[in-house]
Design a protein around this ligand. Structure first.
Ligand code: IPM
Ligand code: MN
Length: 352
């Protein structure tokens, strides 16, 4: 296959982990005889500083012309503490989602046996937990009508039938390929938008008789996720609930720095780590590149290149087993490996 990849390194540790993701992608492509070219583009605070826009038109065009986007992270503290800032790096992320029509955000919640002890949950609750959250990403309160003055403010949780149908379809189809259990998470006891979701899900469920579909209120789902994470296989939910639940999901594994994600929809899909830009670590060669590298595995799998994806996952697991790990997950007495060393070890493994 011929790949055209748009690379958006962004801010903080973004450029460092991006470099490792690109190297891994290159190595796998060489091994399997794929052609790959990389097109770099600006986003986030870096793009604000350089061209005044967190998702410039040029970047949009580069993404549209690519087969996939390898995204790293955006965000810079100088904007967090400035309520008067007119543009923020995060707006670039939202613009990218909207302009590329990335309505489905796939966030796997997977545990790695060697990191289970880092989970805030008891070992037996979390070991073997393996589910994915499918978060609607271009609708709901994030993008609905907003208003704010000194005395009142609102955000509108707007959803139309086609928006709900297309994301539920993604949910049913993922469930079909996994353990055939779909949990539709909503707040149908209170919210009209949730009642529409539930109604549509009930209409669609008979088309997927092989999938065991259940419904759960979001407050209950948040609780269940810490009480019995192994209950879940595929969760599908609206934008805001998904934002909250996926943070919860990622931290219960104890390996937040290892979790990748995919955003797919109408145009070019985007693959990125779920962690942020960790500005304090910028330039120190200590950031864990594994989530970025695993997002390359998700990229291959998206194009149904299963062997390529498997090799990346195997290389990551081998690096963990060999204790070639960045400091935050290194075992006592283990050697010192930085972002570059971990990336280089994985590239070598792939080439062998
Ligand atoms: C995420 C992030 C974003 C979101 C922020 C940075 C706008 O938290 O990807 O989950 O809220 O969607
Ligand atoms: Mn979030």
């Amino acid at each position: 296959m011929e790949f055209k990849i748009a690379v958006l390194p962004g801010d903080g540790i973004g450029p460092e982990i991006s470099e490792q993701g690109v190297a891994v992608m290159q190595a796998v492509c060489e091994k399997f005889g794929h052609q790959v070219t990389f097109q770099y583009a600006l986003c986030g605070a870096d793009a604000i500083d350089k061209v005044g826009d967190p998702f410039p038109e040029d970047t949009f065009r580069t993404c549209m012309a690519a087969d996939a986007v390898l995204f790293s992270a955006v965000g810079d503290p100088k904007y967090d503490n400035d309520p008067t800032a007119k543009v923020r790096p995060e707006q670039g992320l939202l613009a990218m989602r909207k302009q590329l029509g990335l309505f489905a955000n796939i966030r796997p919640v997977e545990t790695f046996d060697c990191l289970v002890h880092k989970s805030p949950l008891k070992d037996e609750l979390v070991r073997g937990a393996d589910f994915i959250c499918i978060r609607e990403l271009t609708g709901g309160m994030y993008f609905g009508e907003k208003y704010q003055d000194n005395d009142k403010a609102y955000d509108t949780n707007y959803y139309s039938r086609p928006e709900v149908e297309r994301i539920l379809k993604v949910g049913f189809e993922y469930a079909r390929r996994r353990r055939r259990h779909l949990t539709v998470v909503d707040k149908a006891n209170v919210l009209a938008s949730s009642r529409l979701w539930r109604q549509i899900a009930k209409e669609m469920a008979p088309q997927y008789p092989d999938v065991d579909t259940d419904f759960m209120y979001v407050d209950n789902a948040a609780m269940r996720m810490v009480q019995e994470p192994k209950f879940f296989d595929v969760i599908v939910t609206e934008n805001t609930f998904g934002d909250i639940l996926t943070d919860e999901g990622s931290c219960i594994t104890g390996s937040m720095g290892l979790l990748p994600s995919a955003s797919t929809g109408e145009h070019t899909p985007v693959f990125e780590p779920i962690h942020g830009s960790w500005p304090q670590a910028k330039g120190q060669n200590i950031a864990n590149p594994l989530a970025q590298i695993l997002s390359v595995a998700m990229l291959f799998e998206y194009f149904d290149l299963q062997a390529e994806g498997r090799l990346v996952r195997e290389a990551v697991r081998a690096s963990l087993d060999a204790n070639v790990r960045t400091p935050e997950i290194q075992v006592e007495g283990g050697g010192h490996f930085g972002t570059r060393e971990v990336g280089a070890w994985i590239v070598d493994y792939i080439k062998k």
